[in-house]
Design a binder for this molecule. Sequence first.
Ligand code: 6PG
Length: 254
Amino acid sequence: MSSQLMVCSGKEQLAQQACDWLLRLIGQCHRESDRCFYLALSGGSTPKRLYELLAELPVGTVDWERVVLIWGDERNVDVASDESNFRMVRESLLDRIKIPEQNVLGVPEPGGSPAAAASNYELLLKKHFSDAMPRFDCVLLGMGDDVHTASLFPETAALEENDRWVIENYVEKLDCWRITLTANCINAAQNVAFLISGQSKQDALQKLWHGPMEPLKYPSQLIQPTAGQLWFLLDQDALGEVAPPANASLINCG
Ligand code: 6PG
């Protein structure tokens, strides 16, 4: 699996480079077709600054009428909860741009039955894609210190789901339910990009790239795009002395 590594000096430059990179992808899609760009957003704290930078772009830089936003995963909490990924994106991005409501595909009614939220989300996505796996233009991902990504946590049932696009996942160590895209759904994307920042991620990167192939233990190892491009957008703190993975092309952002 080849990958593109973009190494930035720090968190702010990471967000800036990720923003420029995403603008290039969106611009290419909009120049080459008349369709919408499908972007699956990551939760967590790392991408928040990226979302803020997208919101701060001069009006017209992004044709939001032709961007559809999806959530790669969601906590099974009300959208008003401070745990909600939807709320984090709403505050950092949605409240500050003009994007058609129908382009914002959040998980329907999280906080109730996790199974219902997951199956309803999958039905919503299937209105936009034929019944083959959806080929999102870009899936943004974070990675936890335990090498989880999206809400694909170690030793959880969702890791072994092969057919569904979206699934509910009970995370015992957090004692909570999550709704997440499955690894197969993520891997169908055209571009899959990990945004990783901070020294605490060095050990997880070492395991991801150089540890034994044990995806039940290291779920980010499941992310291997079927036909798309895998990206790692990192800051130097996250990379540290970890050797890049084999077949990686290194793009140094200074
Ligand atoms: C979530 C995310 C999760 C996150 C990682 C990294 O809902 O929390 O989907 O997978 O991306 O835990 O989180 P940080 O960016 O906060 O380190």
